[in-house]
Design a protein around this ligand. Structure first.
Ligand SMILES: NC(=O)c1ccc[n+]([C@@H]2O[C@H](COP(=O)([O-])OP(=O)(O)OC[C@H]3O[C@@H](n4cnc5c(N)ncnc54)[C@H](OP(=O)(O)O)[C@@H]3O)[C@@H](O)[C@H]2O)c1
Length: 495
């Protein structure tokens, strides 16, 4: 009896990863392709090509890939290894015909057909030259689909993103372009839409009548970690705010899309950005970490990290108050914050509700404690889940108020081995669903808003470093919240 076809299996194609020797390819792309292969999602005729600029064998490429222990059995790993081929290509016109011929030969050997899925795990300045070379060399074929996946950040600011997009769209339609931000593949980020639009419990209160403010935090414990060359030019604003934080904000704030197709969802997301008020001075706080301690170990300041300019003015922290000028969000600030070398690695959104009107419990002297605000927390990582804080009466005589937590522990229910973000997104890329990829108008709108922040920067950097590694960022970020609010870290009762 033949095994039933896997409903998630992709059509045959050649998957080609440019930048196969890079950090991202080794740590994320190839492991995700391995996971898809193990789950039977890749067609057996699909070869996976890693492109290296320097001589490298298939075995050397495979040996560099980070596949953890317990991720697949020996037979599975062998089968995956048979799908992987390293092709050396120095990205020059001189060697282009040989490169294209090698890919076509592999495709016909395996029966992979004419479709090509090209992943650009390259520095952004190599995106367009590489794409243009592929067009020139006849890499794509008219009788098969073509898809190109570009890593983030897409551009450095609005002008450079526009220039890059104009060059790429000279050769390719938007329908072939997949701009990836792996945050959109994270389970709890994807859950935001379901949570809001499938549950009246949340959907009915998701507006300025009930919500006081929203906080989104992405905190990292790492420093530049060998990526100083990139980070020095990017900083926290371009590396994290323009993409991850803006995507979470858009999903948390958008109106219900008309339908669940890629364009309806992305229309609703971009509409939020169009209504965002450009930030001015006083709406944001920038920071850079100095030496400190993380996880009980001393760590150097950013300026002392290898490859970082000792007088660097690059921000490693940003907190910003964002306002959305539409009826749903009048008067509701969205506070976005991200930083390196913070005390705890976490990503979460906290939705803080307005206090209960009236003063029933506050007025009565017999009441101990006060009702706290209801807080809905979406823990993106770690310990993925959703919790709701609410006030209860503690047991015993009298009336003592305490905060209780209702908890949906996502990883307890679904296990820790649910697909990683890159695995989800690579699968969507291979089946041709663009919902979880950034459309050009979102990129454009996000850079426009971020450019306003960058333009409003003053002499903040003169005070760098202004936070101690291992803490929650500069003190000024606390004041940004105003109205007696505090930055929250969800009560993860299960961790
Ligand atoms: N690493 C991450 O965690 C991460 C996360 C999100 C997004 N990204 C994005 O992913 C992309 C790759 O990042 P990465 O960290 O993997 O960088 P990386 O470690 O520096 O690797 C870059 C890769 O691109 C190749 N390359 C560099 N310049 C090239 C050029 N001019 N033409 C052709 N190939 C070139 C390198 O080849 P050689 O080995 O021959 O130099 C290497 O294979 C970047 O756009 C980055 O912003 C990375």
């Amino acid at each position: 009896m033949t095994a039933p076809a896997n409903a998630n299996r992709c059509e045959p194609c050649v998957i080609i990863v440019f930048g196969a020797t890079g950090d991202l390819a080794k740590r994320k792309i190839f492991p995700a392709l391995h996971a898809l292969h193990r789950r039977g999602f890749l067609h057996p005729a699909t070869p996976i090509v890693g492109v290296s600029r320097r001589p490298m064998s298939d075995a050397e490429l495979l040996a560099s890939v980070h596949i953890g222990e317990g991720e697949g059995d020996a037979d599975g790993l062998r089968a995956f290894a048979q799908s992987v081929r390293c092709i050396v290509f120095d990205h020059t016109e001189a060697t282009l015909p040989g490169f294209v011929a090698a890919v076509d030969e592999l495709a016909s050997e395996r029966g992979a057909g004419a479709a090509r899925a090209a992943y650009f795990a390259l520095p952004a300045d190599a995106f367009e030259p590489t794409a243009a070379l592929l067009v020139k060399g006849g890499f794509f074929h008219d009788d098969g689909w073509r898809r190109l996946c570009f890593e983030k950040p897409f551009g450095h600011d609005l002008a450079s993103a526009r220039e890059l997009n104009a060059k790429i769209t000279r050769h390719f339609d938007e329908s072939s372009i997949y701009r990836i931000d792996h945050y959109l593949g994270k389970e709890l980020v994807r859950n935001l839409m379901v949570m809001r639009f499938a549950n009246p419990l949340f959907g009915q209160i998701w507006n300025s009548e009930f919500i006081d403010h929203v906080q989104v935090t992405i905190a990292e414990t790492l420093g530049a970690e060998g990526r100083a060359g990139y980070y020095e030019k990017a900083g926290a604003v371009r590396d994290m705010l323009q993409n991850h934080l803006m995507h979470v904000l858009a999903l948390a704030a958008m109106e219900a899309p008309k339908a669940l197709d890629a364009d309806s969802v992305r229309d609703a997301m971009v509409e939020v950005l169009r209504k965002m008020v450009p930030p001015v001075r006083g709406d944001f706080v920038l920071g850079q970490f100095g030496p400190g301690e993380v996880g009980g170990k001393p760590v150097p300041g950013y300026r002392e990290e290898p490859g970082v300019d000792p007088s660097s003015l690059t921000e490693t922290f940003v907190a910003v108050r964002a306002c959305i000028d539409n009826p749903r969000w009048q008067g509701v600030p969205f506070f976005l914050r991200t930083g390196k070398r913070m005390g705890k690695k976490l990503a979460e959104a906290n939705i803080v509700l307005r206090a209960q009107p009236g003063c029933l419990f506050r007025a009565d002297r017999a009441v101990e404690g006060e009702p706290g605000p209801n807080v809905i927390s979406i823990r993106i990582q770690p310990n993925e889940g959703i919790s709701v804080e609410f006030t209860v009466k503690a047991p015993g005589e009298g009336l003592r108020l305490e905060t209780a937590v209702m908890e949906h522990c996502h990883h307890c229910v679904y296990g820790l081995n649910t697909a990683e973000a890159y695995e989800i997104l690579l699968h969507e890329f291979l089946v041709g669903d663009q919902t979880l990829f950034t459309r050009w108008d979102f990129v454009e709108a996000s850079w426009r808003w971020v450019d306003a922040l960058t333009a409003a920067r003053g002499c903040e950097a003169a005070a760098f470093p202004n936070y101690v590694a291992g803490t929650s960022g500069p003190a000024e970020a606390e004041a940004l919240l105003g109205d007696g609010r505090d930055w929250l870290v969800s009560r993860d009762i299960l961790s």
